[in-house]
Design a protein around this ligand. Structure first.
Ligand code: ZN
Ligand code: ZN
Length: 375
């Protein structure tokens, strides 16, 4: 997979300046002059470096990015607003030595990401003979910052969503009895790449018949059969941003049972999408879907949460789950994906990626949901 964004996407420098400024504001509130960022996707978010290893130290005025020699050229090319420092020793050693020299008194770190072993190493190296800096986990700060997408980011996800929907439409005519699930998954992923995507944001799901009752089934060698439900869960990554979409089809003229399941899920999904607005708690969004399915007597078959944030990662904050009190910020992008799963028979899930803004929810995965049966 290419680590470069497609040529037509130039990440503006101002984007990274704004993100670092927002993080610095949060750090000031926590009285932390420095923060050590170690999660690759967050390093990318703050300075544009796309390598899988590196350490970013954000200070009050400057940002420094330590990389090993494999990444020096790439870091110089990709990083925006960070001084690149090549280290031929362990990054914890190099960063620790810098922290000692600069007499840094306090710094934040990503407690939810850094392993205990790595954290001990950094702390040990930063100590030397003194007691070392005070370390404080910044908790979910980075996730919270990334939850709010600006217009530029929303446009990236809009394009990833449009590509995902277009590829699904292209593959639809190939959906028929006798075709193996994995052939359709391969077609979808191949066409994503041919259309300019970096690739699938996750392993494409094509699950037919009884397998469609497994919410996380992978595509298998099973051939599609008439008179069955088929779930397609697809999403492309385009210029670093993901989309996530699920459609369910029935092969043949839909029976009463399939129709009842499909129409119930479609109504619950629609009602939840329409209910999304800034300030709504994530758990309240989940409750809309759950109550809609409860009215149809299907609540027990809805076994997962209603959705999740989408952005640089296909699963990020917030989680639209039971009781979650996180208010959805304006500019958040979330999936709405209620589903019902009947063991031994099959399942129905319908999912869109949706932008939450004051003017109303915008569906970013514009593939038709009708007709949903292929007769
Ligand atoms: Zn999905
Ligand atoms: Zn999803």
């Amino acid at each position: 997979m290419s680590s470069e964004p497609p040529n037509d996407v130039v990440f503006p420098d101002a984007l990274f300046d704004q993100r670092r400024a927002r993080l610095r504001e949060r750090l000031e509130q926590a009285r932390l002059p420095y923060v050590l960022v170690t999660k690759p996707v967050d390093i990318f978010y703050l300075c544009g470096f796309k390598g899988s290893t590196g350490v970013l130290l954000l200070g009050p005025r400057r940002a420094r990015l330590w990389v090993d020699p494999r990444y020096t050229l790439q870091a110089r090319e990709q990083s925006r607003g960070a001084d690149v420092i090549e280290s031929r020793e362990a990054l914890s050693k190099a960063v620790g030595a810098w922290l000692r020299r600069a007499r840094v008194a306090a710094l934040g770190y990503q407690g939810a990401h850094l392993t205990c072993a790595d954290f001990s190493r950094f702390r040990q190296e930063a100590k030397g003979k003194s007691s070392g800096p005070r370390w404080k986990s910044i908790g979910a700060t980075m996730d919270e910052l990334r939850m709010v997408k600006d217009q530029w980011e929303a446009e990236r996800i809009r394009r990833a969503g449009a590509l995902t929907a277009a590829v699904f439409r292209e593959v639809l005519p190939m959906v028929k009895p006798g075709v193996p699930e994995c052939d359709l998954a391969a077609e979808l992923e191949y066409r994503m790449k041919r259309s300019g995507a970096e690739g699938p944001a996750f392993e494409t799901i094509v699950a037919s018949g009884p397998r469609s009752a497994w919410p996380h089934a992978r595509a298998s060698g099973r051939c599609l059969q008439g008179g069955e439900l088929v779930i397609f869960d697809v999403g492309a990554i385009l210029a670093n941003y993901a989309a996530d979409m699920t459609r369910t089809l029935y092969l043949g003229t839909a029976t009463g049972r399939a129709r009842r399941l499909y129409e119930s899920v479609a109504a619950a999904q629609q009602e939840t999408v329409q209910g999304l607005r800034p300030g709504l708690q994530a758990g309240q969004a989940d409750a809309i879907a759950r109550e809609a399915l409860t009215r149809k007597g299907l609540a027990d078959f809805f076994t997962h949460s209603t959705g999740h944030g989408v952005g640089l990662e296909v699963h990020e904050r917030p989680r639209l789950g039971r009781g979650d009190q996180t208010p959805l910020p304006a500019g958040s992008v979330v999936t709405v994906e209620p589903g019902v799963y009947v063991e031994g028979y099959g399942g129905v899930r319908i999912e869109d990626t949706v932008l939450v803004v004051e003017s109303g929810p915008e569906v970013l995965t514009p593939a038709a949901k009708e007709p949903w049966f292929i007769s």
